[in-house]
Design a protein around this ligand. Structure first.
Ligand code: ADP
Length: 153
């Protein structure tokens, strides 16, 4: 059976931390579907087309990756896309405390297991909320975001 993981998030923007989780997941799965949240009631700093095109540019040479938009329950998305697992990253106990109940609920709803990967320690402090604040206040974020030019042009 094909092992396909869904990696869901807002990815506003997709950082080197997110990228590291995907790259570390690649040897474990036949396919990774990066699912970009596009909830019309949420406001994003970078619009959905920018976020989708930016992520696609980072993985343009990686045939095992698909990038899609989503606006539904993660377990429904997994069924729709044929994903057998959910992929998430863990940086610290805060992530752990937030992620574990969600993973347990997803297992209860669908029997889909969540796989957690830990990024390189240098990427622990990278957090999309902080990156947005730096950018909104005129700071440089290209150190934390691969292909930053594709996000803003
Ligand atoms: P969003 O849902 O706003 O995109 P997150 O930043 O929570 O937000 O990202 C989605 C997933 O990526 C989560 O599993 C989160 O733990 C993980 N993640 C975010 N930043 C990093 C990072 N620097 N290193 C590893 N994983 C990360």
């Amino acid at each position: 059976m094909k092992r396909s993981a869904c990696f869901p998030g807002s990815f506003d923007p997709f950082t080197k931390g997110h990228e590291d989780i995907v790259r570390k997941g690649l040897p474990l799965f036949d396919e990774i579907v990066i699912a970009v949240g596009v909830n019309s009631t949420k406001s994003y700093l970078f619009d959905s087309d920018k976020r989708l095109n930016h992520i696609a540019s980072i993985f343009k040479d990686e045939p095992k990756i698909r990038v899609i938009a989503f606006n539904s329950l993660t377990v429904d998305l997994c069924k729709q896309e044929g994903c057998t697992h959910i992929l998430r990253g863990l940086r610290d106990v805060k992530d752990f405390n937030y992620e574990v109940p969600i993973a347990l609920m997803n297992r209860s709803l669908s029997e889909i297991e969540t796989v957690f990967l830990i990024p390189d320690t240098s990427l622990f402090p990278i957090n999309a909320t902080i990156i947005r604040e730096i950018y909104k206040n005129g700071g440089k974020i290209d150190k934390y975001v691969t292909n930053f030019d594709k996000l803003v042009n």
